[in-house]
Write a protein that binds this ligand. Structure first.
Ligand code: 9PG
Length: 490
C-alpha cells in the first residue's frame, strides 16, 4: 500500500512537530490511543468533550498520586472543553469504512503525541523529545484504506513484528479473591479449573502471593510450601503457570525500601511516588546497576527455580515517568526510557513469556508476547463513583469492552491482545446476565487472551455449557454483532 501524502495538509512544521489542517465533520470519527494499557482509547465524535478529571478532584487526589497512573501529571488538558483530544503513538480518523491512519514508526527517541482541535481543524503531531543530544525528529507514516489494510501497512513500514506466541485461554486469580489468595485458595481454584479448562491453558497467580511489592519472595504464611510447589501442581494438571509482579515498583513499607532507599527513582530530589496501591508505592531506578542485578535475580528465580512459564508484568509505566535525570542516559526522553525498560525486561526474562500490563503500548510492541490493552474488568458495570471520578485508568467493564474493540488493530500485529477477564459466576458480581454475556462475547471475538477469574468448580451444567460456547466463539471468531456499541456509544 502506498503512503498517504500529508504534505498538502501541512500548516507548520519543525523537526519535532507537524501541524496539519485536518477538518473533520460530524459524520466522521476520531480515535486517540490513551497513554497506557488502562487508559480510555475510544473512537469519538469530533465535537464532543472527552472525559477529563475535574481540576479540583485532581488537586485533592495529589496525596494519593491519582494522576500518576496516566498522563495527567505531564499533559495539560482543559476540563469540559469540547472538540479537544489527545493520544499517543497512533491516531486515525474514519469515515464509514475508510480510515486515515497516522502513526509513529519509532518511539525509541520519545512518544509521538497527537493533539486535535476540532474547532480549529488542527492536528498537531509532536515528539515528546529528550535533550538536544538525542534525536528530536518525528518518525511518522500515513495510510488511507480499510481497517486491516492501514494497520498492516503501518507495521510493515515500521518493521515491527510481534513475538511468536499462541492465543491463551485460562484463569487469573485477581478478580474474585484479589490479594486474599493462599496456597489453599489456589489449590481449590486449580481443582475447579481442571473440570472445565483444557490442557495447555494458563493458570495465572495474581497479586497477593508475595511478601510485599518489591519483596518478591513467597509469603511464608500464605504460601508456606513456596511457589515451586504451586507450579508443580499447575503443571500436573496440564496447565501453563503464570505469575504476577510489578518489577519497577516497591511499596513504601517493603524491606527493599528500608534496605535500599537509594534504589528509588528520584524526581526533584524526592523518591517518585507512582500510585496509592499497597499503601503507596515508589518507582525503582533501573539505571542503578544494583537494581538491574536484583531484578535479573528475581526473574531467574521465577523462571528457573520456581518453573513459571509466563510473567504478568504490571505497573510498568512506573519505570519512566520523566526524562532521565542522571547517569549515562541523562537527557533521554520519557518514551525512550520506557523503551529501554522494555528491553531490560526482555533480556531478564529470556524466552520466558511476558504479559505486559499498565504499560505505554508502543514501547511494548514486539517486546512482549501478550499485552493488556484495556482497564481492569470491574465487578460493577462502570467502576464505583469514586473510581470514575478520581482517575481515567479506573477498573470498568464498560471501558474494557470499548478498549478491546477500538484497540483490536494491535492484536496479532504488535503482540497478542489481552482484553482482561470475563465473568460467568453469579456470586460476588454486580453485572447482569446480559452484561456478562455481551462482555464475554466481545472479549472472545476481539481478544487473543481468554481468561476468567471465576472459581470454575462452582459452575453448574448451564454455566459450563455457556463457557464452552463462548470458547468456541473465541477460537472461531464467530461473533459478528456490533450491537454492543449501541448504548455504550452514540
Ligand atoms: C493487581 C492488579 C491486577 C490487575 C492489574 C492491576 O488505576 N488504578 O488504581 C489501578 C489499580 C490496579 C489495577 C489497575 C488500575 O490493576 O490491571 O489485572 O493484576 O493490578 O494489583
Amino acid at each position: 500500500m502506498k503512503e498517504f501524502d500529508l504534505t498538502p495538509l501541512i500548516k507548520r512544521r519543525s523537526v519535532s512537530e507537524i501541524v496539519l489542517d485536518l477538518p473533520c465533520d460530524e459524520t466522521e470519527r476520531v480515535f486517540f490511543n490513551g497513554y497506557q494499557t488502562w487508559s480510555p482509547s475510544h473512537e469519538e465524535k469530533p465535537s464532543i468533550a472527552v472525559r477529563t478529571i475535574h481540576p479540583l478532584v485532581k488537586a485533592m487526589g495529589r496525596p494519593w498520586g491519582t494522576s500518576r497512573y496516566g498522563d495527567g501529571f505531564f499533559i495539560r488538558t482543559e476540563h469540559d472543553r469540547p472538540g479537544m483530544f489527545h493520544g499517543f503513538s497512533y491516531f486515525y480518523k474514519r469515515y464509514e469504512e475508510e480510515y486515515l491512519l497516522i502513526a509513529s514508526t519509532d518511539e525509541t527517541n520519545g512518544y509521538t503525541i497527537f493533539r486535535y482541535d476540532f474547532f480549529k481543524s488542527e492536528l498537531s503531531i509532536k515528539k515528546d523529545a529528550g535533550m538536544p543530544k538525542y534525536d528530536q525528529a518525528l518518525h511518522i507514516v500515513a495510510f488511507r484504506g480499510g481497517y486491516d489494510e492501514v494497520f498492516d501497512a503501518w507495521f510493515e513500514a515500521a518493521g515491527i513484528k510481534r513475538r511468536p506466541a499462541e492465543p491463551l485461554a485460562g484463569y487469573g486469580s485477581w478478580y474474585n479473591r484479589f490479594t486474599k489468595i493462599t496456597d489453599e485458595t489456589i489449590t481449590a481454584d486449580l481443582e475447579g479449573c481442571a473440570k472445565v479448562l483444557e490442557p495447555g491453558d494458563l493458570f495465572q497467580i495474581d497479586d497477593g502471593w508475595q511478601v510485599a511489592v518489591g519483596d518478591w519472595t513467597a509469603h511464608p504464611v500464605k504460601f508456606p510450601r513456596g511457589m515451586r510447589a504451586s507450579v508443580d501442581d499447575i503443571h500436573e494438571k496440564g496447565f501453563k503457570a503464570g505469575l504476577w509482579l510489578a518489577p519497577f515498583g516497591a511499596q513504601a513499607d517493603s524491606q527493599l525500601v528500608r534496605d535500599h532507599p537509594d534504589w528509588l527513582l528520584k524526581h526533584d530530589g524526592k523518591p517518585w511516588y507512582a500510585g496509592s496501591n499497597w499503601g503507596g508505592f515508589y518507582s525503582l531506578d533501573m539505571d542503578i546497576p544494583e537494581v538491574r542485578d536484583h531484578l535479573r535475580g528475581v526473574f531467574d528465580a521465577i523462571f528457573n527455580d520456581w518453573g513459571f512459564d509466563l510473567v504478568k508484568l504490571d505497573f510498568l509505566y512506573a519505570a519512566a515517568p520523566w526524562m532521565t535525570k542522571s547517569g549515562p542516559f541523562f537527557g533521554e526522553s520519557r518514551g525512550a526510557r520506557m523503551c529501554r525498560a522494555m528491553d531490560y525486561l526482555r533480556e531478564w526474562c529470556g524466552n520466558g513469556m511476558i504479559l505486559g500490563c499498565g504499560v505505554p503500548l508502543m514501547p511494548a510492541f514486539g517486546k512482549v508476547e501478550y499485552c493488556r490493552i484495556g482497564p481492569d474488568a470491574s465487578l460493577e458495570w462502570d467502576g464505583t463513583f469514586i473510581q470514575r471520578n478520581a482517575s481515567l485508568e479506573y477498573p470498568s467493564t464498560k471501558n474494557a469492552i470499548l478498549d478491546t474493540f477500538y484497540r483490536r488493530g494491535l492484536d496479532g500485529r504488535a503482540f497478542l491482545n489481552d482484553p482482561d477477564v470475563f465473568f460467568l459466576r453469579k456470586d460476588n458480581i454486580k453485572l447482569t446476565e446480559e452484561q456478562k454475556d455481551m462482555h464475554a462475547r466481545v472479549l472472545a471475538q476481539y481478544g487473543s487472551f481468554f481468561l476468567t477469574s471465576d472459581n470454575m468448580g462452582d459452575y453448574d451444567e448451564e454455566q459450563t455449557a455457556h463457557y464452552k460456547e463462548l470458547r468456541k466463539v473465541w477460537t472461531d471468531k464467530s461473533f459478528t454483532s456490533k450491537k454492543f456499541l449501541k448504548g455504550l456509544k452514540d
